[in-house]
Design a protein around this ligand. Structure first.
Ligand code: PLP
Length: 395
């Protein structure tokens, strides 16, 4: 007998994963090369060669007891110093190792910070469409998710509704730029506007409202657009970072939180986040991967691979008559459905062996998301199926 809460979680559980499993079933029937799976954000680019070299060198040459042992819950101090220095070099900040907490990916970091901050009933604001797992993460700590409806012209935050929906119970706001599922990147102007609203509301209610910047796609941008480092614009910002996408290491579960000294109640937030890491059962982020990250701090994956996919998919689908948001970052294409029934559109796509995820999973009904972190050749093979899908709605 599982808990009532888990019954709900399981029911609402990941449409994306279900789709992934569906894909494997279809592949058995039609052959792998005839199924076009755009469902999962699993990077298609290999991690940099230096990652493998670092793993081999560390396990061959470093002290095994230290490498595989426990350390501070927040992570190895030397690793956190390397990360703080790297951020300082990039953003002109003055972070120290105390400001960095190593986490079990972005998901681990978000759960740690929400556990650290939330009392039951506290409100957490997200902007639709958003990474669907936020629903569960917030519910894990009995928070209330407050959704700001999408501005479907730009998919940037709807500032008016944001202003109106902040209450004395708003404890945190999650932003995700570059964005999953839209690929939209927030400019400095947008960040400044968000900060202005938040500062006003903090003053009005006399509360602290933490802005949680979920940034696993920070390095995956295609235009020359800067991805602003949000702590520079709003003092109560906590950044959640992950190497899942930027170094193609999603299975290794490694990332970090940045908790700048400027945040309200800094000392308590940092020490509570360390304790949260332990008592959520992570104890600490994977030890070997922490050491690998310190050695690979300047490494990057070749995002030109994703860019090529983006251009092909976006250009061809718009030519077929689909309405898509041209993504500036991440590796997802956000596309308006044809017809007026999202579930039917997704089902129709499946008839052509196209696996795409309905926007409702992200709080963005009437749209679908396609993850284009896939082989270029698969996109080429999938294009005739997209054409047939478009034609099915023109008839
Ligand atoms: N946040 C966003 C916006 C994501 O897209 C993802 C993964 O796809 C995560 C968090 C979780 O990342 P991680 O694998 O590092 O836990």
């Amino acid at each position: 007998m599982i808990s009532e809460k888990m019954v709900d979680y399981v029911k609402g559980s990941s449409v994306i994963r279900a789709m992934f499993e569906e894909g494997q079933k279809l592949a058995k029937i039609y052959g792998e090369e005839n199924v076009y799976d755009f469902s999962l954000g699993n990077p298609s680019v290999e991690p940099p060669a230096k990652v493998k070299e670092a793993i081999v060198d560390i396990i061959t040459n470093e002290n095994a007891k230290q490498i595989h042992g426990y350390m501070l819950n927040a992570g190895y101090e030397d690793v956190r110093t390397v990360i703080a220095d790297s951020l300082n070099k990039k953003h002109g900040t003055s972070l120290k190792q105390d400001n960095i907490i190593m986490t079990v990916g972005a998901a681990g970091g978000l759960n740690v910070i929400l556990k650290t901050l939330l009392n039951p009933g506290d409100e957490v604001i997200v902007f639709a469409p958003f990474f669907g797992e936020y629903r569960s993460y917030v519910k894990n700590f009995e928070g209330e998710l407050v959704i700001i409806s999408p501005d479907t012209d730009t998919f940037l935050p709807n500032l008016k509704e944001f202003y109106d929906k902040i209450t004395s119970k708003t404890k945190a706001v999650i932003v995700n730029t570059p964005n999953n599922p839209t690929g939209v990147v927030y400019s400095e102007k947008v960040i400044m506007a968000l900060a202005e609203v938040l500062n006003k509301k903090q003053d009005e209610y006399g509360t602290a409202i933490y802005l949680i910047a979920d940034e696993p796609y920070r390095e995956i941008v295609y235009s020359n657009q800067e991805v602003p480092f949000i702590p520079k614009y709003y003092d109560n910002t906590i950044v959640g970072y992950s190497y899942s996408k930027s170094l193609s290491l999603p299975g290794e579960r490694i990332g970090y939180l940045v908790i700048p000294a400027e945040v309200d109640d800094f000392e308590n937030v940092v020490s509570a986040a360390g304790v949260a890491t332990r008592i959520l059962g992570f104890v600490n982020a994977p030890s070997l991967m922490q050491k690998v990250i310190a050695r690979c701090i300047d490494e990057e994956v070749d995002i030109e691979v994703y860019n090529r996919n983006r251009e092909l998919l976006y250009n061809t689908l718009t030519e077929y008559g689909f309405e898509c948001v041209k993504p500036d970052g991440a590796f997802y294409l956000w596309m308006k459905i044809l017809g007026d029934n999202e579930a039917e559109f997704v089902k129709k796509a499946k008839e052509f062996n196209l696996l795409i995820v309905g926007g409702s999973a992200f709080g963005g009904s009437g749209y679908v998301r396609m993850a284009y972190c896939v082989d270029y050749d698969m996109i080429v093979r999938a294009l005739p199926a997209f054409k047939k899908l478009a034609e099915a709605y023109q008839a």
